[in-house]
Design a binder for this molecule. Structure first.
Ligand code: ATP
Length: 244
């Protein structure tokens, strides 16, 4: 989706967000925005603060200073389940599926805020339509799935809350290039169907292939914002911050 085709106010807006782990500062005044319908990538070296940014948005970390606004509402420091209820789902780094539970049970847990069993069932069917492989394996323990299948399950579980905004952390981690490409096809499809995506990804080409815009992070700060196509054509910037 092209950036210039998207109008209106941001869905998500971070303004000068500072976050630390105990006394160790990790984000030093991060500002960024995501408009409805976009896929935006956060890229940068290891430890630059990308995952920390997602954790602050989903309420796992409380910002010390600055504001996080979703649909115009301040969500900084709000409890994670309230944030899920507002329409943000976080698919974390390393997937964190429950290995001793079945595919089906993992999915149902993703809809933990929904009390209507029929609605939960409809959502499971929707996820199975998108990921037929999960349907085939619905009674299989998640821990026995391949890495790619676990990633699909983690994304499917996040979709069970029917999010407006999906936070996706390193979806290609540990996957072969072929399986990573399949995961990114899914990300593009989810976006086409109306879910806004904020993506953290080490593989810059995967990230910029799915995103319309990107923010480059370095040591807890945003050091550049570009449209994805422009960034791919800026080898100096890529080399400077990402090592090429
Ligand atoms: P990576 O791809 O390696 O996860 P990242 O850009 O996502 O990189 P973060 O994980 O957000 O970076 O880390 C930002 C900083 O916060 C780093 O200095 C990191 O060491 C530190 N950090 C991350 N997680 C923790 C934690 N649980 N406890 C203490 N410090 C942490």
């Amino acid at each position: 989706m092209r950036t210039d085709a998207i109008e209106g106010s941001p869905l998500l807006e971070l303004d000068s967000v500072h976050v630390g782990y105990g006394r160790t500062a990790a984000l030093h005044g991060v500002s960024l925005h995501v408009r409805p319908g976009e896929t935006v990538a956060l890229i940068g070296a290891n430890g630059a603060g990308k995952s920390t940014t997602l954790r602050a948005i989903s309420g796992l970390l409380k910002p010390g200073r600055g504001s996080i606004r979703f649909k115009g509402r301040d969500i900084g420091g709000m409890a994670p389940d309230r944030i899920v209820g507002l329409g943000i789902a976080h698919c974390p780094e390393e997937r964190h599926v429950w290995p001793a539970m079945t595919v089906y049970e993992n999915l149902v847990l993703g809809a933990y805020l929904c009390r209507a069993a029929a609605t939960v069932q409809q959502r499971v069917e929707k996820v199975y339509e998108r990921f037929p492989r999960l349907k085939e394996r619905h009674q299989q323990l998640a821990g026995t799935l391949s890495g790619g299948e676990q990633q699909m399950l983690a994304i499917g579980r996040a979709l069970m809350s029917e999010p407006v905004l999906l936070l996706l952390d390193e979806p290609s981690l540990g996957l072969s290039p072929k399986i990573a490409a399949e995961v990114f096809d899914v990300v593009r499809e989810i976006n086409r169907q109306g879910v806004t995506v904020l993506l953290v990804e080490q593989n810059v080409h995967n990230a910029l292939g799915a995103a319309s815009r990107a923010y480059v992070f370095e040591t807890g700060k945003v050091v550049a914002e570009r449209d994805a196509a422009g960034l791919l054509e800026d080898p100096e910037l890529l080399t400077a911050y990402l090592g090429g």
